[in-house]
Design a protein around this ligand. Structure first.
Ligand code: SAM
Ligand code: SF4
Length: 329
């Protein structure tokens, strides 16, 4: 079993395959987008597969593909198919904004993807446009339909933003009445590529729960699965469930089993660190698997205890200016 210096199991890796995106979500990036990485700065598919193969051999059991928007990167399916075939990998999943996703759903199902996280912060097409700055609501809903009709488990990720989508909390909870989806409300974090000034958390997990409880006093706590980052609930009679993710409050660090690889090959052993090892550079320098493995184990042995410590230890001491699109969520 792969563990860190705090005895936590490391079994889950998130791989961001691109920083590019076809939406401009208010909480993630500025209206004009980011200074996109050049092709040479991005890990190639071969380098990604190499990294995944090695980490699965070392003990990673679950890989999530994310971005930026995964389907914006050209010819993504062969990479997903290659990863899905890795010996020892128990689960491959992905996070998508749904804009280009619907036509890929049958193939995702065929390669064994059982669960997808779909980002959807509102059920109102106008507010969708205000939040994402793109008119793509219908395509996202088509992706949701396609996934449900192919029996793919869907978790809906909704970032809760003061002044933007508070009125959407209850309609999103209502979605779980007839649809077998898990609607997860996420605390807004400062990773917005400085699209706006993050002036602190206004809606923490407790306030979100209070808002839901005010409409559904009968809400029931569910058991949280091992390594879950969400507090899970169900409203009696609803087909789906509700989750609340304390992403800024960082209440789940004690059982964190995840690592992240950014599109440029940077390893993050915590969401709040600013990168601890560049795997792409090591691979391009001709490092053997033994050398890579040694570097990875060293990084795992210096993992901060929690996101607060990681934030204090950031090498760039100028605060958080990254976009979540260059981390992967
Ligand atoms: N483009 C894909 C999508 O939106 O699903 C995948 C990448 S996106 C960066 C991954 C997740 O990060 C999304 O669910 C998004 O809502 C979340 N996210 C982005 N910026 C965030 C922020 N500032 N605070 C909290 N969650 C954020
Ligand atoms: Fe794109 Fe996802 Fe960021 Fe929205 S949250 S801008 S969809 S990467």
């Amino acid at each position: 079993m792969l563990t860190d210096n705090h005895g936590r199991k490391i079994s889950y890796m998130r791989l961001a395959v691109t920083d590019k995106c076809n939406l401009r979500c208010f909480y993630c990036m500025p209206e004009d987008g980011l200074n996109w990485l050049s092709r040479a700065e991005l890990m190639s598919y071969e380098e990604m597969l190499h990294t995944c193969r090695l980490l699965v051999k070392m003990g990673v059991e679950k890989i999530r593909i994310t971005g930026g928007e995964p389907f914006v990167r050209k010819d993504i399916m062969p990479l997903l198919t290659g990863i899905s075939k890795l010996d020892g990998l128990k689960e491959l999943s992905l996070t998508t904004n749904g804009v280009l996703t619907a036509p890929y759903v049958p193939e995702l199902k065929r390669i064994g993807i059982r669960s997808v996280n779909l980002s959807l912060d509102t059920l109102d097409a106008n507010r969708f446009f205000t939040i994402t700055r793109r008119d793509e609501f219908a395509n996202v809903m088509a992706a949701l339909d396609a996934m449900l009709s192919h029996d793919i488990e869907v978790k809906i990720n909704a970032v809760v933003m003061d002044g933007k989508n508070i009125q959407d909390i209850i309609p999103l909870v209502e979605l779980s009445r007839e649809l077998p989806v898990s609607v997860r409300f996420i605390e807004e974090m400062p990773f917005n590529g400085d699209g706006h000034v993050y002036d602190g958390l206004h809606w923490d997990y407790l306030r979100i729960l209070d808002e839901i409880k005010s409409k559904y006093p009968q809400i029931k706590k569910l058991d949280d699965p091992a390594y879950s980052t969400s507090y899970n609930y169900q409203i009696p009679g609803h087909k789906g469930s509700i989750g609340i993710i304390a992403a800024y409050s960082r209440t789940f660090c004690g059982t964190c089993n995840r690592i992240r690889i950014t599109p440029q090959g940077e390893l993050k052993t915590c969401l709040y660190d600013d990168g601890v090892l560049n795997l792409k550079d090591l691979i391009r320098s001709g490092a053997s698997d033994e050398v890579l493995q040694h570097a990875l184990l060293t990084a795992f042995n210096h993992r901060p205890a929690d996101g607060w410590e990681a934030e204090r230890m950031r090498v760039a001491r100028t605060g958080i200016h990254e976009s979540m699109a260059t981390i992967g969520g």
